[in-house]
Design a protein around this ligand. Sequence first.
Ligand code: SF4
Ligand code: SF4
Ligand code: SF4
Length: 284
Amino acid sequence: MKRKTISSKRLHTYIRAIIQLMFFIFFPSAFTTAFSGIKYIFTQIGAGQPIVWTSFITVLLALCAYTIIFGRFFCGYACAFGSLGDAIHAAYIFICKKLKKKPIQIKKNWRKALSLVKYGVLFIIVLLCFTGVYSKITGWNPWDVFSMLRAGNFKLGGYILGCIILFFILIGMALCERFFCRFLCPMGAIFSILPVFPLFSVRRKKENCVKGCSACERCCPSDLIIPEEGEWTVNGDCFQCQKCIDICPKKNTHSGRLFFKGNEIWFTILRAVVLVVILILAGI
Ligand code: SF4
Ligand code: SF4
Ligand code: SF4
């Protein structure tokens, strides 16, 4: 019985890694394209110009609609920057294990406080767009640097500041799981305040928990406490990574309904396929 649990967890980990790799290769710009929609809207409003329908807005609305229905599956499985962070953090943990060193960790109460910073980042970017300043400052954007590097463009002469910021983000990604997503991502800030349907959010029956167990909380990259069955609130910081479902020794956590737990391979693949179709239809 135990062997079966371990192998299904491993299988889910591999499937997630494969899905992340596929999206990284074929849809690396989904997050930056969606956020360009936000920048465009506020730039136009600030300039008193009409908002014309663009592909940026289509992708933005498509990803927001998808997130409202499925939760942040895009963040957990499909965003290139989130996947980059997962890979770097996994490599860091692997190296620490090999060297028999304890990984450096950011304290939990700091992590809680830092998770508010992303709203400040969003506010500043929106303000810069609204005032027309954003388009005048160039060379600082770490996402531009990431996009250039990913496209094999190493002419980064005008992006020294962007390279430095990206370097520090990569260090943070190594030390703390989902560092950028939790603390800095302005698109993550938007996703986290969307009114997500509680259809596929993670739940548990606390009365069925193993006494003293907190495995789901400890493995959660957002330090979330899984809500009780029947609650309607959805925590916007849940990345839908499903780790809490995979780790539960009593299979007490689920994000599915009726006959399925929510971390079944078919359901994971189904959500990925729906996302692919949506991104293709949105013009990515
Ligand atoms: S929080 Fe931002 S960077 Fe992280 S996965 Fe979501 S969109 Fe991507
Ligand atoms: S891992 Fe499972 S048993 Fe342990 S606290 Fe979480 S839901 Fe309860
Ligand atoms: S571990 Fe569970 S609660 Fe935490 S982010 Fe992943 S799916 Fe959400």
